[in-house]
Write a protein that binds this ligand. Structure first.
Ligand SMILES: [Mg+2]
Length: 280
């Protein structure tokens, strides 16, 4: 795996964004303000609890580590099923949030591809692939474990390309432009949708990341858009984490993340595995 020094920043970034958003999921825009982790709320979880977004990102990372940085789609699918049935990759074994398409796909073994299956459930877990050599076809197959609609697969490919540009040190507005997208950052807030559609989430997350330079400001902006708060902030947080580095993520939010020892362990294993592979 590549860029493993930035892996912790990316994984903490997405997990902190997710956990900040969990208590506010489905809330209407401008009916609340974010001030650090909140206990209870929408899903009745203790403060600093991540949801399916982070759990499935950790499962994806674990699969990459177990397969020496390579994508094994069947292995990844099994780990997603382990999350759903046994609560692996959660802070306390509890699965309290699972998208319909993800649940259906993991129970049937087939990713959803209908017109009504253009949700953000694969976009939210794709960040670890930026640290692998996975090509577009492979990224599409990883999306298709749960989300096989071309719109979802293409969004995941785009997201990995954007994350790789950020890992290479490109400014985010340059990365957005070089991927052929317009100046998303100039869109007025009222035009930014924060529902569960994959294109809404991707645009909203890019808008937050391209309009802020501070990690917390980015994820707070994302959560305060309302509706699918955890996923918008998760996708934005992965980018903001890479942009600011681990030191840009407030230590209180990192330490306050329930179950972060699991995240630390996977990140350390990825770095160690990479180091040992690079030795003669
Ligand atoms: Mg979630």
């Amino acid at each position: 795996m590549q860029h493993t020094s930035m892996l912790a920043a990316c994984m903490y970034g997405l997990a902190v964004g997710d956990a900040l958003g969990v208590p506010y999921e489905f809330r209407l825009r401008d009916t609340f303000r974010v001030d650090g982790y909140l206990a209870y709320g929408t899903h009745n979880q203790p403060a600093g609890t991540w949801s399916d977004d982070t759990a499935l990102s950790l499962a994806s990372l674990h699969s990459l580590i177990a397969n020496h940085g390579e994508v094994d789609v069947e292995d990844m699918r099994r780990r997603f099923a382990d999350w759903l049935t046994a609560g692996l990759y959660t802070p306390d074994g509890q699965v309290f949030d699972c998208g319909l398409a993800t649940s259906k796909a993991l129970h049937t073994g087939r990713g959803c591809s209908g017109e009504n299956s253009q949700g953000n459930g694969s976009l939210m877990r794709v960040a670890p692939l930026a640290f692998s050599d996975a090509d577009d076809d492979t990224i599409g197959r990883v999306s298709a474990i749960t989300h096989a609609h071309p719109t979802c697969m293409q969004a995941c490919m785009l997201q990995v390309r954007l994350l790789r540009r950020l890992l290479d040190g490109e400014p985010i507005r340059t990365a957005i432009s070089r991927e052929g997208l317009g100046p998303i950052w100039r869109m007025p807030r009222r035009e930014i949708r924060s529902d569960g559609f994959v294109s809404s989430t991707q645009t909203a997350a890019l808008w937050c990341a391209a309009n802020t330079t501070d990690f917390y400001e980015c994820v707070r902006l994302a959560v305060e858009l309302g509706d699918d708060t955890d996923t918008t902030a998760c996708v934005a947080g992965a980018m903001a984490g890479i942009m600011t580095g681990l030191e840009g993520i407030p230590i209180g939010l990192r330490d306050g993340l329930r179950g972060h020892a699991l995240l630390d362990l996977l990140v350390q294993t990825a770095a160690t595995g990479c180091a040992s592979q690079s030795q003669p």
